[in-house]
Design a protein around this ligand. Structure first.
Ligand code: ARG
Ligand code: ZN
Length: 853
């Protein structure tokens, strides 16, 4: 059924304390739960405890066996008084849990994932985030097989038991919702350290992995210490327990989980060393470690009242982790990366059948709402408040929020109200960002009257209709704006923050004696699409002279996009302006290498497609390749120079090192695109001699996308070298699934039968099926062959792991954006999926919404 935000009611029963006793065994684990429950308010409703796939072995109320009924999975007990002790016992089978929700087995160890509704697969409980309880956990397990026993909070006691078993008890003093419960039992080793908090608390940090992976944990441990210090300095937030543990597991549905004092991670966001992790991986490890750590305040100390408020913790925490990463290196490059990610994932979501507000009004399956909108658009909404309020008032607002709601379950409204109270700024209209879906569009046109020295900027906004929301009100759009003189390249008017809140607005500037050029939405101050009347010359000018690095990057991207869109729609191929702008950027010694690499990279096939009324994947690919080829040829000496300049560097994970490697790979790509005879040799040499994975994978990717026969040898070498490393084998699958070759679809089908391919591991499934589905050219080639393949895989995956399967539906759901023949084929695959007997709730919701369009 549909769950509606408007139907929220406070819980009938509260649980102040819970004691859990686990007799752990992969095949059959016994769980005894003792709950102290109290009636919440005056009502005579029975006690209802959520369960999913559980059968009670016994139910006791105040020590006495008591009758109960089952309503679906829910255990219903009629209890007479206002306070009782409830004891239930169940048996679960972690080894048979392929959904990876609840208690499951990964690599021979046992671990949990409870957000959002996994706790009900472990024991009967009011499994909703506004029921906060103190947890005591006792685990007993075979000592040889599971020497390490971890849970939330602090370790209290441990000891040996009969028959080679042992036990441990953990106690979490902070009341928490059930989705933050965690335990781990396994054969693990820890990389440990101590962190002293600002008030002098000594915290023991531990990163737990298989013994052989210990050498790959230093980066994560270092990032954790940096995160703890950063949250103290920037938000005044201190850690609050004596231990903080992180466990890495190979089988995980998403990135990681912020369980109180016991974060559990997908191993891809913990393990890193130069030989196996790219710079991108290093950055992602640090960002996810920070994200989960920051949740200790934004999520755990202050949690969510209900799942409609998910962005309260996720949007805010993404904003916090973005700020952390920006402070570790180049803030400009970080902003560019984040905006690229937003445009790649969130803008299409907001423009498609699965569009939903940052605070949704309804859902069928909450797992489907862990989306780019909740996370990344949610972060942009927080960022806009920070921009509007300014840093001091924003910090006053977060202080107020943390102080006021500590230990409680809050709402997005609570957060905004704190911002208003701390700043005196009225955010009434701003709240539309929480309720209205769709990416606003801003039209900006600047006119100049040379005679009067007056310039006029006309701004107009519109918010597109989205499913269930046909009409939209104008929103508050904070736009950072500045004008530059076309002749002098000097600022004409200082930057101003324009809050566009009406449908349209006019700004005038006087004393403008030279032609002005508009720099708008600087720093991407609002997550909107901006259409301007800027010419190719204006964009080229800004790409060379704008003093906001994001705006400078953006001008270059817009110039490239305009060029490519013209090529696809009118067959025009005037590449001169792009070539000149790229040449200027490459030649500017003041620019940091990482920025240059971002700026000279062409927009992706998908992003070009997003600009067109009907996406023609093959035309887009060909026109983009043509521009790449021309850029490669025209600037070949410059690319070679940039390549050579970075070639001899030894690996160092630093902003400068990363920037050099990034520009090196981009330059290599252009040298190959130029058709140079030695291109494949250069790529192979880089692949072969690399002292780090960034260069090795960069070389491999260049070869795999080329026609050179060397690609076969490189793939084999890579496979053999990393055959026992699952995370690197994921790269091997992914690189082939993303290849821009004619035969990619066939290759991907063959890889699905490779002995190392399995749908049981989410990383592997995403590396092949997920990557292929976002390879615009390959997925949409071959008369629906790609659609059929992905649909087959999703049907199979849904049997094992509905959550992970449902996440892979959106590429097929974009059918409306394609020509009639493709759209019909995509729809028919969606219909075939929907007709599958026993399809999960997760898939049913995603697929039926996608068909409705
Ligand atoms: N809260 C986790 C995070 O840090 C993610 C949990 C995802 N849960 C889900 N059902 N998809 O972002
Ligand atoms: Zn999160």
């Amino acid at each position: 059924g549909v769950i509606r935000r408007a139907d929220y009611r406070a819980p009938d029963w509260l649980v102040s304390d819970i004691a859990l006793d686990f007799d752990l065994d992969p095949a059959a684990t016994q769980v005894r739960a003792t709950l102290i429950v109290t009636r919440n308010g005056a009502h005579d409703a029975p006690l209802r405890l959520d369960g999913d796939g559980l059968t009670p072995l016994s139910v006791k109320v105040d020590g006495i066996d008591t009758p109960y009924t089952m309503e679906g999975g829910t255990l219903v007990i009629a209890v007479p008084g206002d306070a009782h002790e409830i004891e239930t016992r169940v048996e679960i089978a972690p080894a048979a849990n392929t959904q990876l929700m609840g208690l499951y087995a990964s690599g021979g160890n046992l671990c949990t994932q409870c957000e959002a509704e996994g706790f009900r697969r472990i024991t009967f409980f009011p499994d909703r985030p506004d029921v906060l309880s103190k947890y005591r956990v006792r685990m007993t397990a075979d000592k040889a097989r599971f020497p390490v026993l971890l849970a939330n909070g602090d370790p209290i006691a441990s000891g040996d038991a009969a028959d080679g078993r042992h036990w441990a008890e953990w106690h979490d003093p902070f009341p928490k919702p059930s989705y933050l419960f965690a335990l781990v039992a396994g054969d693990l080793a820890a990389n440990t350290a101590t962190f002293t908090t600002m008030s002098g608390r000594q915290v023991t940090l531990g990163i737990w992995v298989r013994e052989k992976d210990l050498p790959k944990t230093d980066h994560a441990l270092h990032a954790l210490k940096l995160s703890m210090a950063w949250d103290e300095q920037v938000y005044g937030r201190e850690y609050d327990l004596d231990v903080f543990n992180i466990v890495a597991v190979d089988d995980f549905n998403f990135g990681a989980m912020e369980n109180k004092g016991l974060n559990i991670f997908n191993s891809r966001y913990i393990l890193a060393d130069p030989d196996t992790a790219t710079d991108y991986d290093y950055d992602a490890v640090a960002a996810v470690v920070a994200h989960e750590y920051f949740h200790n305040w934004s999520g755990n100390r202050v949690t969510c009242r209900d799942w409609f408020q998910l962005s309260l913790k996720e949007g805010f925490t993404v904003y916090r982790d973005q700020g952390f990463s920006a402070d570790q290196g180049s803030a400009a490059v970080k902003r560019i990366e984040d905006v690229r990610g937003l445009r790649a994932a969130q803008f299409p979501e907001d423009a498609g059948p699965l569009a939903h507000p940052v605070r949704p009004d309804e859902y069928v399956e909450i797992s489907n709402f862990y989306t780019a909108t909740i996370y990344n658009k949610g972060a942009e909404v927080i960022r806009m408040m920070a921009t509007i309020l300014g840093p001091q008032k924003f910090r006053a607002g977060t202080d107020r929020y943390f102080d006021r709601f500590d230990g409680t379950a809050a709402t997005c409204e609570d957060f905004v109200a704190c911002m208003e109270e701390a700043s005196g700024v009225d955010l009434t209209q701003f709240r539309l960002w929480y309720s209205q879906a769709g990416t606003p569009r801003v039209t900006a046109s600047l006119e100049h009257e040379a005679g009067s020295g007056r310039a006029r900027l006309d701004l107009r906004q519109s918010v597109p209709p989205t499913p269930g929301q046909p009409n939209k009100a104008p929103m508050v759009l904070p736009l950072r704006i500045k004008l530059f003189g076309a002749e002098t390249a000097q600022p004409i008017a200082e930057e101003q923050l324009v809050l566009l809140s009406d449908g349209d607005a006019q700004l005038t500037f006087d004393g403008v004696t030279e032609r002005p050029v508009l720099s708008i939405n600087r720093g991407f101050s609002a997550p909107v699409i901006v259409d301007t009347n800027r010419s190719v010359a204006d964009l080229a000018f800004l790409s060379a002279h704008d003093d906001d690095p994001f705006a400078r990057y953006e001008a270059m991207q817009q110039l490239m996009l305009d060029t490519l869109v013209a090529a696809v729609t009118h067959g025009r191929a005037d590449h001169a302006s792009v070539i000149e702008a790229v040449a200027n950027t490459l030649a500017d010694p003041a620019l940091d290498r990482a920025f240059v690499a971002e700026a000279v990279l062409l927009p992706s096939d998908s992003f070009i497609g997003d600009q067109l009324p009907v996406v023609d994947p093959e035309a887009i690919f060909q026109k983009r390749e043509a521009l790449r080829r021309d850029l490669g040829k025209a600037l070949e000496p410059q690319w070679r120079e940039a390549y050579e300049a970075a070639r001899a560097n030894r690996f160092e994970y630093s902003p400068a090192g990363k920037g050099a490697r990034r520009l090196k790979s981009v330059s290599l790509g252009y040298v190959i695109a130029s058709g140079a005879a030695d291109g494949a040799d250069l790529a192979f040499a880089q692949f072969d001699a690399a002292d780090n994975m960034t260069d090795r994978q960069g070389g491999l990717t260049a070869l795999v996308n080329s026609e050179s026969d060397k690609r076969h040898a490189a793939l084999d070498i890579f496979y053999n070298r990393y055959a026992d490393n699952a995370l690197v084998l994921d790269k091997w699958f992914q690189t082939q699934a993303l290849a821009t070759r004619d035969d990619t679809a066939a290759a991907v089908e063959a890889l699905a039968s490779h002995p190392d391919f399995t749908l049981a591991n989410p990383n592997r499934a995403r590396a092949l099926v997920g990557a292929f589905a976002v390879n615009q050219r390959a997925f949409h080639s071959g008369e629906g062959r790609g659609y059929r393949f992905v649909a087959d895989q999703l049907i199979a995956l849904d049997q094992l792991n509905p959550q992970t399967a449902a996440k892979l539906v959106p590429p097929l759901g974009r059918w409306k954006r394609f020509d009639a023949a493709r759209a019909a084929r995509m729809r028919s695959e969606l219909e075939r999926i929907l007709a599958t007997p026993g399809l999960s709730k997760d898939m049913t919701e995603q697929v039926s919404k996608s068909l409705e369009g």
